[in-house]
Ligand binder design. Sequence first.
Ligand code: SF4
Ligand code: SF4
Length: 316
Amino acid sequence: MDPSTQKPEITPGRKKSGTGGQKIRGTQLTEELRAYLKGQGADLVGFGSVSRLEGAPDIMNPSRYLPDAVTVISIGLHINEAACDLIARSVRDNQAPSSYHSYQMFTLSIINPQLDKLAYLGAKFLENFDYRAYPFPANMPHFQKPTKEYPGGPGDISHRHAGVACGLGDIGWHNLFITTQYGARQKMTTIVTNAPLEPDPVLEERLCEPEACGFQCADACPTGAIPGDINEKVTVKIGGKVVEYSKITGWRCRWGCSGMLKSTGGYRDIPMPAREPGSEELLEYKKQVDPWQERMKIYVGLIPYCGRCLSICPGR
Ligand code: SF4
Ligand code: SF4
């Protein structure tokens, strides 16, 4: 057999040669990894057992990527508050914000590469102990071409469901991850590993009460993607916790997030069709985006638009 394809023998807790053969496992390894990731800049680090994600759709099942995975690790970065405040104020005042640039840069464009680095470093930390650890990209759709089931994603794994499984928070009515520390204002990434790390307890508290909040995210959504009716919900169970969030209309949200309306940061309004466009039709609509707006991507790469539901959300 080609030696490069042989699976290395797994000896839990044995640090690779050159590091003194130090032995740590379980709680100690968990806490060392948490401290290491926080030292590298992570604001949130949580651990959960893969079994808490039982029932995840096939394309997001961790064992599809690492067959003997037993632990999921969730890592988060707090995004810039003032940039979100600016978007929230623009929603309340019903006026365009002075600029979308800081929101685009400091809530996603520079955050994603840092999350990718943290996922890589966390996985490397565990592989130095002879475990296998599979890092996921922070933001890369599993399918680039939209499908009916997945109009704008998701990625290879759902970072928000993983975040719940790791005890870091809850999912809000707007479908975004919410934590007690930062509300909806963080971005997440995930690692799965065959290292048997110590799971954190699942957060019992609910961080979003849509009726008490008055469905502020639904009211702020300019594309009608978020329903304002409590019955239009998805219910899932993660590690025994019942998690409920709205049945969002994905293609409508992508219209906003792609900057196809002025109220979401676009340069021109591209009228939304009454029904979901097919993938080829969508390409035709996207051709209507102002070419000067598209030039921005040359300077900074992937940029988000909208963020109105995230910014207005009071949940925490
Ligand atoms: S705005 Fe309100 S209803 Fe929407 S996710 Fe936040 S707390 Fe929940
Ligand atoms: S990002 Fe914008 S378009 Fe998408 S759900 Fe939130 S408010 Fe609506």
